[in-house]
Design a protein around this ligand. Structure first.
Ligand code: AMP
Length: 199
């Protein structure tokens, strides 16, 4: 059906100005399905902040990914296995055309490229990349659980998540990130690192 002239002009103008604002996508072939993923990043070995930044740049080198938001860096105390050094953690929000299993596979490759050596569960790590949320999807396979099952127990995830998207609703618990953070009363030692003091 032919659109009336003014609406047609408006639709065209909208699309082209969106493209102009968004040059990273404008070079790509036609759109595939786009997803929103939140990735938790952490490191507690060597130059932790540098490794987290390396993790982000490697993720952004993947095809068809765009960074929508990133939190500050946080200095955090280890939980679970506590006989280890403090961590740097942050969260990023991505637009991606990968499905969740493919994204996980790419994240694992980045972890090994950046030299992650498996010690033991919750033990020291040069880089840890977790899929926290993937759209509103619920995924349960041998390899992947989404939403990540420990989000609601971890201030080092909830604090940076709340910085970038406090109103995002956990698709299983039906509470916003802010509400999950408020209900986690215990102090876990999460401290924002001012930009001028990034270690
Ligand atoms: P970790 O030692 O915490 O990095 O755990 C890595 C393992 O957790 C990998 O073998 C993944 O297959 C699995 N896993 C399950 N769900 C997730 C998720 N949402 N994000 C990242 N890894 C996951």
């Amino acid at each position: 059906m032919k659109l009336p002239a003014p609406a047609y002009r408006q639709a065209q103008g909208g699309a082209s100005s969106r493209l102009a604002r968004d040059r990273s996508w404008s070079l790509l072939p036609p759109r595939g399905m786009r997803h929103i993923a939140y990735i938790g990043i952490g490191s507690n070995v060597g130059n932790k902040a540098h490794q987290c930044e390396q993790g982000i740049s490697e993720i952004l080198k993947l095809d068809r990914h765009r960074l929508l938001a990133r939190s500050s860096l946080y200095k955090t105390q280890p939980i679970g296995y506590t006989e280890q050094d403090w961590f740097i953690n942050l969260v990023i929000k991505l637009e991606t055309e990968m499905d969740a299993p493919t994204l996980l596979c790419s994240l694992k490759k980045i972890e090994s490229r950046l030299g992650r050596v498996k010690t033991h569960r919750w033990g020291p790590r040069t880089i840890d990349l977790d899929i926290l949320f993937f759209n509103d999807d619920r995924i349960q396979t041998d390899e992947l659980t989404v939403p990540h099952p420990l989000i609601q127990d971890r201030q080092f995830v909830l604090v940076p998540l709340a910085e970038i998207d406090p109103d995002f609703t956990h698709p299983v618990l039906r509470k916003t990130v802010q509400q999950l953070l408020e209900q986690l009363r215990e102090e876990q030692g999460v401290e924002r690192v001012p930009r001028s003091r990034v270690p």
